[in-house]
Write a protein that binds this ligand. Structure first.
Ligand SMILES: *Cc1c(COP(=O)(O)O)cnc(C)c1O
Length: 245
């Protein structure tokens, strides 16, 4: 019960800040959808969030998510983390959105799996607009190099069971709010370029912003914000081999 109250209060605050940020930027607040990131959180916390009114959850690890998906109904599940292609089947069968499609190889694998199930999945393409080598997503730091991934995108747009709906990015965890804003502006610039080059596709969705920078993301055009700790509290420490109690 205590957790439910905490989540309700956090949701109220976060929603208030989302609305204020949208209005500051002259945007309609209804354009911004909240995905509550529940990775690492136990099922009781998810049930409390549902009781508080949450309908969209974001997860990074498909294996960890299946039991959660089976335990509750009437909510949507968003895959937001890097997906190894050998785990693609879990996402194709059980998730409602894929935010982190980051390679042609993965797209082709997902297309085959979705075709087998006669299922269409809305997806966002993930871009690494900061250009750090180690992160996932198409490297999109320099606008002069964007044409290098256009052929991948052309091929993905031709896959009938993947419904491309927009873009996603995740700034480095160390970025400050204003550093993150530079990434968000860059993603918006890329969105304009993709609209020009691939007008046959829908590029409207922009998945960007976490607990540390979602207000900046909303100001720069986010339509999905992915917020975990500011709503559900800190994630429990992950250490299954050494129980602490
Ligand atoms: C964990 C995670 C989030 C949420 O982070 P918080 O700091 O808990 O809000 C958002 N997006 C991605 C891709 C994540 O992995």
């Amino acid at each position: 019960m205590h957790k439910l109250l905490e989540i309700k209060q956090n949701l109220e605050q976060v929603n208030h800040k989302i609305i204020s940020a949208a209005l500051r930027a002259g945007r309609n607040p209804d354009e911004v959808k909240l995905v509550v990131v529940s990775k690492g959180q136990p099922i009781e916390v998810i049930r409390a969030a549902i009781a508080a009114g949450v309908q969209d959850f974001g997860e990074n690890y498909p294996e960890e998510t299946i039991s959660k998906i089976q335990a509750v109904s009437d909510v949507r599940w968003h895959m937001i983390g890097h997906l190894q292609s050998r785990k693609a089947k879990l996402v194709c069968e059980h998730f409602d959105w894929m935010h982190s499609l980051d390679s042609l190889h993965l797209a082709e694998k997902m297309e085959r799996l979705l075709a087998e199930q006669n299922r269409i999945l809305p997806v966002l393409l993930e871009f690494n607009v900061g250009g750090e080598e180690s992160k996932s997503g198409w490297l999109a730091g320099e606008s002069s190099s964007w044409h290098q991934f256009f052929s991948d995108i052309q091929k993905i747009l031709e896959l009938p069971h993947l419904q491309v709906r927009g873009l996603m990015t995740m700034p480095p965890l160390t970025a400050s709010r204003e550093e993150a804003r530079i990434h968000f502006k860059k993603l918006a610039e890329l969105q304009r370029s993709l609209r020009t080059h691939f007008p046959q596709s829908d590029w409207n969705e922009m998945s960007m912003g976490t607990s540390s920078d979602y207000e900046a993301a909303v100001e720069e055009g986010a339509t999905f914000v992915r917020i975990g700790t500011s709503i559900l509290g800190p994630r429990p420490a992950k250490n299954p081999s050494k129980p602490t109690t």
